[in-house]
Design a protein around this ligand. Structure first.
Ligand code: GTR
Length: 327
C-alpha cells in the first residue's frame, strides 16, 4: 500500500514535472541593431546559445540582427511592454524614457572608456539598473560602445566653429540636439537605419559615432572626414524585459544573468579589436581622420548644457558628482 501510494505520487509528480517543463518552455525574441560579425552581435548570439543550452531549452532565445524588429526607441518600448524579450540598448535613446539615464548622455561626462567601465561595473551602475527596472527593463550587464566623434561630408572639424551650419544627425534624445546647437550646428534626430541614405543624398552633412559603427554602417563611404572629438562615451546594456524575467525560476534567472555577464566580457574584448580594425579599414578607404588638438574648446561649449540639465534635474546632480568623483 505504502509502495503503491508513493509510486502513484511519483508518477503524478513526474507528469506534473513534464507538464511544467513544457509549459515553462519559452521562445525569446531579441533585438539587436548591428549586423553579423559586429562585437555586440557576436556577444548577443553567444548569450542566446548559452541560455538555450544551460536551461536545456526551457528558454529558447533568437537574436534578430540589423534592427529588423524596428528602430531603437520603438524597440525599447516593445521590450518594456514585453513584446520583445531581450535586447542590447544604447543609453542614448533610453534617456527620453528613463530620465536618470540621461546623465550618461552628458558630453564629456567620462574621462575615458576605463572611467566609464569603473563607474558602470560598480555601485553607480547598479543605480542605473535600478532606474531601468522601474521602467520594465532588467539590465544584466554593460557593453562597451567606445567614444563617439563627429564625421561629415564637408571638412575636418578642428574647432567648434567648424561645426557651424553643418546638419548633423543625432540619436533620439533632446540632449544631443542641445549639444549640436551649442556648437552652432543643426541637429537632426534620425533613426540609425536612415543615416547612410541621408548622408549620400545630402539630407544631412554628418553624424557622430564610434569607429565600429561608422565603419559597419558604411557611413564612411559617404562621409570622408572623421574628427576625433570623443564627446560621448555611452554605455549599452544587455537588457531583459521585466515581464519575461519575472516568469523565470530563480535558477533560470541565474543562468540568464551569468550568460549576460559572459556576453559582456566577450563584447568588450571584441570591441577593442574591432575599434582598431575599423579605424584601419576606413583610413584605407580614404577617410581623413584628424585628432582634435584642443578638446577643451568643445568641453567649454557644453557648459550651458550642463547648467540647464542640472537646473531641470536637480535630483540628478549628486549622480553626476558621484561619477565625476569616481577615479
Ligand atoms: C551605435 C549604437 C547603437 C545605436 C547607434 C546610433 O554606436 O551601438 O545602439 O545607438 O550607435 O547612432 O543610433
Amino acid at each position: 500500500m505504502h509502495i503503491r501510494t508513493s509510486l502513484r505520487a511519483a508518477l503524478a509528480g513526474a507528469a506534473l514535472f513534464a507538464f511544467a517543463g513544457t509549459a515553462a518552455a519559452v521562445d525569446w525574441r531579441g533585438w539587436n541593431i548591428h549586423p553579423e560579425g559586429y562585437p555586440n552581435t557576436v556577444a548577443m548570439e553567444q548569450f542566446a546559445e548559452e541560455v538555450a543550452e544551460k536551461t536545456e531549452g526551457r528558454i529558447n532565445p533568437t537574436v534578430y540582427n540589423g534592427g529588423v524588429l524596428g528602430a531603437q526607441p520603438d524597440a525599447i518600448e516593445q521590450t518594456r511592454n514585453g513584446a520583445l524579450d531581450f535586447a542590447n540598448f544604447n543609453m542614448g535613446p533610453m534617456g527620453p524614457i528613463v530620465p536618470a539615464t540621461n546623465v550618461l548622455s552628458l558630453p564629456f561626462l567620462f574621462d575615458s572608456v576605463e572611467h566609464m567601465h569603473k563607474v558602470m561595473d560598480g555601485e553607480i551602475g547598479q543605480r542605473f539598473s535600478d532606474a531601468l527596472s522601474e521602467y520594465g527593463l532588467v539590465a544584466l550587464s554593460w557593453f562597451d560602445s567606445g567614444s563617439r566623434s563627429f564625421y561629415n561630408t564637408k571638412k575636418p572639424i578642428k574647432t567648434p566653429q567648424d561645426v557651424e551650419g553643418l546638419k548633423i544627425r543625432v540619436m533620439n534624445n533632446d540632449l544631443y540636439v542641445q549639444m549640436v546647437d551649442a556648437l552652432g550646428g543643426n541637429a537632426t534626430p534620425m533613426a540609425y537605419g536612415e543615416v547612410f541614405q541621408s548622408l549620400k543624398t545630402g539630407v544631412i552633412d554628418g553624424a557622430e559615432n564610434n569607429y565600429p559603427s561608422f565603419e559597419s554602417s558604411n557611413h564612411y563611404e559617404a562621409a570622408k572626414y572623421y574628427s576625433i572629438t570623443d564627446h560621448l562615451i555611452i554605455p549599452e546594456c544587455l537588457c531583459i524585459a521585466k515581464a519575461s524575467w519575472d516568469e523565470l525560476t530563480p535558477q533560470d534567472q541565474e543562468i540568464v544573468r551569468q550568460a549576460a555577464v559572459r556576453a559582456a566580457e566577450t563584447q568588450r574584448q571584441l570591441w577593442a579589436e574591432r575599434s582598431k580594425a575599423s579605424r584601419e579599414k576606413v583610413e584605407a578607404a580614404g577617410v581623413i581622420v584628424n585628432e582634435v588638438e584642443d578638446k577643451a574648446m568643445f568641453q567649454a561649449a557644453m557648459q550651458p548644457l550642463y547648467e540647464t540639465f542640472v537646473q531641470e534635474n536637480p535630483d540628478l546632480e549628486p549622480l553626476i558628482m558621484a561619477i565625476r568623483e569616481t577615479k
